[in-house]
Design a protein around this ligand. Structure first.
Ligand code: G6D
Length: 345
């Protein structure tokens, strides 16, 4: 187990965790951006399985949120406003009339304070940040921490913690785009996903939740048995179309099952398992990823990665019956998502 630290552009630090099997995770203190996750395939060839820029300077803008910590609230808040305890809060409308991913000053754009740590079997970095009350329109001064831990079982553990001095809203996630083919060898059409979710959240043409939940049965959203992502990308279903031909939807996990997702890519034999304490996940198949960005192993194009943004649902601020994002004053926010990597011949 080892931790390497590099200076980047004389303003950021890059942390690289390496375990005893040669698995590697690299991330910046800027935005907590994961720039590389390298894991073996079935021939024990270690390759990168996330999208990241070739040049670090390109992360300054990062309008696709590659690898970034997202907060205070991941996802879209309708009309860039919400009301709690009879008080209405106005946020930055950074996507049309709505608020996306914490706004332009969100957690993807801050330099996190980093505290590395190491044990015999783990290495990691605790990233901390303090948002002052009123910042971006959000109530409450909130101290948050996101801890990245790599284990010798090829697990990347993300622990999210937070505490606010006033009742506020909080649901953080990580916005890595995964591609298990290795070094961007192929798009994610043939990634096979299994997920225990009976319902997903209907979107309107603005990608704003309508307030309806749709049962996945007999739709391309049914991942209770293994399904290729290409099914939804190539589907004529209204909800795949409204998401610009693919998935960009919040799936609510079945509470009677472990909250987990399995992703398999057959050519490489790589399998990624995701376990989370969150009640659901936005699965986004990079439908609107622009062409031609210089990534570490080639040019960007749609469907080159898939995001699993484990989180609660900001739809709960405007509709009843969705996993809540409210954090009461002095209440502890504690969530965990574990990405584990293996192979299956
Ligand atoms: C698009 O709708 C999607 C979002 O879900 C995603 O986070 C963003 O691109 C990067 O706006």
């Amino acid at each position: 187990m080892k931790i390497e630290i590099q200076d980047i552009l004389s303003k950021w630090k890059l942390y690289t965790l390496v375990n005893d099997n040669g698995m590697k995770v690299s991330f910046l203190d800027f935005g907590g951006i994961i720039t590389n996750i390298s894991v073996p395939d079935q021939t024990n060839t270690i390759e990168n399985v996330v999208l990241g820029f070739k040049n670090y300077a390109d992360y300054e803008k990062n309008s696709n949120y590659f690898g970034a910590i997202i907060g205070r609230v991941a996802g879209r808040i309708q009309d860039a406003s919400f009301t709690i305890q009879n008080q209405t809060f106005l946020l930055e409308a950074n996507e049309g009339d709505h608020h996306l991913h914490g706004g332009s000053g969100g957690y993807h754009q801050v330099i996190w304070r980093a505290s590395p740590f190491q044990t015999d079997d783990t290495a990691g970095v605790k990233l901390t940040h303090k948002s002052l009350g009123g910042e971006g329109g959000y109530p409450g001064t909130i101290e948050v921490a996101v801890t990245y831990t790599l284990t010798n079982s090829n697990e990347l553990i993300l622990d999210y913690d937070g505490k606010s001095d006033e009742t506020t809203v909080l649901t953080m996630t990580n916005h890595s785009y995964f591609n298990l083919s290795g070094n961007l060898a192929a798009t994610i059409h043939n990634h096979h996903v299994t997920m225990e979710s009976n319902e997903f959240v209907e979107l309107d043409t603005r990608l704003i939740p309508t307030g309806n939940k749709i049962n996945v049965s007999n739709t391309p959203f049914d991942f209770r048995t293994e399904r290729k992502l290409g099914d939804g990308i190539n589907s004529i279903s209204a909800q795949n179309k409204v998401a610009n031909s693919g998935y960009d939807h919040y799936f609510i996990f079945n509470q009677n099952k472990q909250q987990s997702i399995r992703v398999k890519e057959e050519t490489s034999g790589r399998v990624m398992k995701i376990k989370t304490t969150q009640p659901g996940v936005v699965m986004y198949t990079a439908n609107t990823l622009v062409e031609g960005l210089d990534l570490s192993e080639g040019k960007s194009r749609p469907y080159l990665g898939v995001c699993f943004e484990t989180q609660a649902s900001p739809a709960s601020l405007h509709h009843a019956g969705f996993p809540p994002v409210i954090l009461k004053a002095h209440e502890l926010y504690e969530k965990q998502t574990v990405f584990s990597f293996g192979i299956e011949r």
